[in-house]
Design a protein around this ligand. Structure first.
Ligand code: 2YJ
Length: 239
């Protein structure tokens, strides 16, 4: 994933389908209500992205968590999270966006959670993926987790590199683009039946191609963040 910009996260919105997809990816039954979550701004590397920590907080609050952004950043922020009795801490640098449970040591990485949740969202939109073929573009953390989820669901997964000619001139009904490349999916790859699941930022499809498709699943930060919470709740429930 490329680095998010403030522009990418100006219009955060959480809808019930995201919670449904996250729950499918990481089944949990306990309520997120009242789970206390700290979001710690991180200044290392390229530094704080204005509104990033606040957007993560907004997403977690929208699903019922008691979420706050720490006043301090970095290590002091982590200490503050402990002192203010956080159950879970979310933080991101330029390489990793992760959540850590302070109660159980369970850990959730955004790449893996995003991959599973966007695959689950595709499954919901397609009313099932069992026996169907899904084209997965890219095999980083997101693509791998998506492919693993889809395989568990009995899908025929066609994993391709963005530059491979195996998929370029053919149409596909179900596509999950886990690359962060602009304009790699074209009008030649889609039909009016195509469902696109687009976890990558920026998205690899221009608006004219998006309009041709039956459904498009995309959210810059929301679904991945909710899935991180879901992974922690689901893992703790199993303990
Ligand atoms: O705390 C802050 O405001 C910043 N340190 C946030 C940095 C956010 N990081 C990114 O956007 C990176 N691309 C990492 C995302 C990994 C997703 N799999």
């Amino acid at each position: 994933m490329s680095r998010l910009t403030t522009q990418d996260i100006l219009n955060i919105s959480v809808d019930p389908r995201m919670i449904e997809a996250a729950r499918l990816a990481y089944p949990f039954s306990i309520s997120p209500f009242g789970v206390r979550v700290a979001v710690v701004p991180v200044t290392s590397g390229l530094g704080v992205i204005p509104k990033f920590a606040e957007s993560v907080r907004e997403i977690l609050a929208a699903v019922g968590c008691d979420a706050f952004v720490t006043g301090s950043s970095d290590v002091a922020g982590l200490s503050e999270a402990y002192k203010r009795n956080a159950d879970i801490v979310f933080m991101a640098d330029d390489i990793e966006f992760a959540a850590y449970s302070l109660n159980s040591r369970v850990f959730a990485s955004n790449g893996e959670c995003t991959g599973r949740a966007f695959a689950a969202a595709l499954e919901l939109s397609a009313s099932g993926v069992n026996g169907k073929e899904v084209l997965v573009l890219g095999f980083g953390a997101v693509g791998q987790a998506a492919a693993e989820y889809l395989t568990e669901r009995g899908t025929k997964v066609l994993v391709c590199d963005k530059d491979s000619t195996d998929w370029k001139n053919t149409t596909h009904q179900l596509i999950l683009d886990a690359t962060s490349e602009r304009d790699i999916i074209t009008g030649d790859n889609v039909t009016a039946d195509t469902i696109l699941s687009l976890p990558g930022m920026p998205i690899g499809v221009n608006p004219d191609v998006l309009r041709l498709c039956r459904d498009v699943i995309h959210s810059p930060l929301e679904l991945g963040t909710i899935a991180m919470l879901a992974k922690i709740l689901a893992s703790e429930e199993k303990m």
